[in-house]
Design a protein around this ligand. Structure first.
Ligand SMILES: Cc1cc2nc3c(=O)[nH]c(=O)nc-3n(C[C@H](O)[C@H](O)[C@H](O)COP(=O)(O)O)c2cc1C
Length: 197
């Protein structure tokens, strides 16, 4: 495969854009299909497809937010109006959110950890796919990824869990880079790091 400087430069500069800075227009139906096709092209030991995706766009954004606020209010009776508004707006203003569910399958070959990691790859591939189609994105979990009732309302079946929600839209800002890891702190040679005691 030839070197691909465009992909290299994208990977060297990619930044997430937070949900508050993602607006219309979002992907059209064809673009969404391409995004989903890219997202599901991930390493998957045993070809188990141990994940599912939930698309939230259009009016569903409002309905899902209202359902989320109702759960939050029931669980936290003291929640003030401002906090409830935040819950109502969890899938706004971005035009598109895709929830990624880890749906592990019984397997002798692929332990559950591998299946969970495959789901994580789907989430990050969604971010890359969004960029490839000219949009920006961010991968967010929040409380509703971990709360069983909220996760069920958002589409998780028993035995499944969200690895997060990828928000996608047109960016309204260009984020500055953030500090990146010092490679010397996280990379070592095996001969220096292990097995040589
Ligand atoms: C599994 C996972 C969950 C995340 N959840 C949140 C979140 O709830 N809120 C948040 O601000 N960032 C969250 N992030 C971080 C953002 O996705 C993003 O990595 C971060 O804003 C750094 O930006 P960068 O991608 O440009 O390096 C999460 C990242 C991962 C991998």
């Amino acid at each position: 495969m030839p070197a691909n400087p465009a992909v290299r430069d994208y990977l060297l500069s990619r930044r997430s854009v937070g949900p508050a800075f993602l607006r219309d227009p979002g992907p059209n139906a064809d673009e969404l299909k391409t995004i989903l096709t890219i997202a599901t092209r991930v390493p998957d030991h045993g070809k188990l497809t141990p994940w599912r995706l939930i698309v939230i766009e259009g009016d569903d954004r409002v309905r899902a937010g209202e359902a989320l606020a109702a759960i939050a209010a029931r669980k936290n009776p003291g929640l003030d109006q401002q906090s409830l508004e935040i819950e109502r707006g969890r899938f706004l203003p971005m035009p598109l959110t895709i929830g990624v569910i880890s749906a592990p399958k019984p397997s002798d070959k692929a332990p559950e950890l591998e299946q969970l990691l495959s789901a994580g790859n789907v989430a990050f591939n969604l971010v890359h796919a969004a960029h490839a189609m000219g949009y920006a994105a961010s991968w967010i979990t929040r409380w509703f990824s971990f709360d069983a009732e909220a996760a069920a309302m958002l589409g998780a079946q028993p035995g499944e869990r969200f690895v997060g929600f990828v928000h996608i839209g047109a960016p309204t800002m260009v984020p500055e880079d953030r500090p990146r890891p010092d490679l010397d702190a996280v990379v070592s040679r095996w001969s220096d790091a292990a097995g040589q005691a």
